[in-house]
Design a binder for this molecule. Structure first.
Ligand SMILES: Cc1ncc(COP(=O)(O)O)c(C=O)c1O
Length: 413
């Protein structure tokens, strides 16, 4: 230890009580935080493997699936995205990415590292890609895999996915959907959409911290991945044979080995992140306890209220009204207003965080979220009231007192 580093120097963690009303992370539900402080177990303790099985059962309805392979990837949402893509696509294979924002670009970036031949079908930021454009692109590029985002928080748009999986299947392609930002806030219908892999994260509508990523895998995709199974040397067993396909280019994100770990074989892979598994389990219990339909409705109301309040302030909401995510809303920063100064004032005066934006939208829009534990009427109203005051103090002439009543009316009840 450096001589001048007093071990008591930094003090106990005692963060300020911020209200996180950006595109995620958001405040975790207190029940989730309590679950995370439960005692640890060994990874093959029957109680622990019992909890793993419960997590599999709890996430099936959340993904709208009967898929046996419904489990967790240890890591943030991006870990599950990477696991899905590196396990589905082999180097040199053609993958079609439906790209309408920053996270479509992330899929492209990850697939580039996988060594796939990436083709895209695109929409401008603020719009979604029409299904017939996806169909035409599939016809043109004949992909082995088609990958898309459901709700892209960078643009706040939700890509319609009815019929998406069937379209891919008919063309002999596997399909992947990133539902990080919408899982348990908007309907995810993995089976009805006919999608092969869907992944999520905890830190948005599920109301947990980031660090665990739920995933569901169809039998068809699981068989495809099993053909690429290459068990690592030190844990080989006579009863688990390697497949003939190309080895998956990542050990940590090898879904064949991760499925073996979550199966009754319990073939050791990583050490399951116990506290995060407790968190994921509690997030799912809370969501199912509320009821998914009621939860979708709560997010829809929050989104409507936020949008109505922003419009009542005379602000312009970003993007196509017909395809809005319910849980995060983009709004143009008015001309002449310093967006960062407003965000700082929101944080320093009101303890409220709202989101900035990426790429072509950086400095142009703010993103205001209302999801999971924060998709509540009073939190939306507090945020709008505070924003109104901060805009005024930054010299922008918003009408005082219009946003909150407009939001209350849009919320209903
Ligand atoms: C749509 C989408 N996908 C992926 C991610 C990446 O999630 P993480 O930061 O947990 O890796 C995010 C995070 O904002 C997201 O909104």
């Amino acid at each position: 230890m450096p001589a001048d580093l007093d071990p008591l120097l930094f003090g106990e963690i005692d963060p300020p009580q911020r209200l996180l009303m950006g595109p995620g992370p958001i405040n975790a539900h207190p029940r989730v935080l309590r679950a995370m402080s439960a005692d640890l177990l060994g990874q093959f303790d029957p109680e622990m493997t019992g909890f793993m099985n419960q997590v599999m059962a709890l996430y099936r309805p959340i993904f709208g699936t009967q898929n046996r392979w419904t489990m967790l990837i240890d890591g943030t949402a991006r870990a599950a995205i990477e696991a899905a893509l590196v396990s589905l696509a082999a180097p040199g294979e053609t993958v079609l990415v439906v790209n309408f924002g920053r996270f479509g670009l992330l899929l492209t970036e990850i697939l580039g590292r996988v060594g796939a031949k990436v083709e895209t079908v695109e929409a401008p930021w603020g719009e979604v890609v029409p299904m017939d454009a996806i169909a035409a692109a599939i016809e043109r590029v004949k992909p082995k895999v088609v990958a898309t985002i459901h709700g892209d928080t960078s643009t706040t748009m939700a890509q319609p996915l009815e019929g998406f999986g069937a379209l891919c299947r008919e063309a002999g392609a596997l399909s992947y959907v990133d539902a990080t930002a919408t899982l348990s806030g908007m309907e995810i219908a993995a089976d009805r959409w006919g999608v092969d892999i869907v992944t999520g994260g905890l830190q948005k509508c599920l109301g947990g911290p980031s660090g665990s990523a739920p995933i569901t895998i169809s039998d068809r995709a699981a068989e495809h991945i099993a053909r690429r199974r290459h068990v690592e040397e030190g844990i080989r067993r006579d009863d688990i044979a390697d497949g003939q396909g190309p080895r998956i280019g990542s050990n940590y994100f090898d879904l064949a080995m991760i499925m073996d770990y979550w199966s009754e074989k319990r073939l050791n892979h990583h050490t399951e992140a116990t506290s995060m598994l407790y968190a994921a389990r509690e997030c799912a219990r809370i969501a199912l306890g509320e009821g998914l339909e009621a939860r979708f409705d709560r997010h829809a109301r929050a989104g409507r209220a936020m949008t109505a309040g922003l419009r009542a302030m005379g602000l312009t909401v970003f993007g196509d009204d017909a395809h809005r995510m319910t849980n995060v809303t983009g709004v143009y920063i008015p001309d002449g207003v310093d967006g960062e100064a407003v965000r700082t004032m929101m944080r320093e005066q009101f303890e409220i965080e709202i989101g900035t934006a990426f790429g072509p939208l950086a400095g142009k829009i703010w993103r205001l979220g209302a999801m999971g534990y924060n998709a509540m009427k009073h939190k939306v109203l507090l945020t709008l009231g505070a924003l109104e005051v901060c805009l005024r103090m930054e010299g922008h002439p918003v009408p005082l007192g219009d946003a909150v009543p407009a939001a209350m009316e849009a919320w209903g009840d």
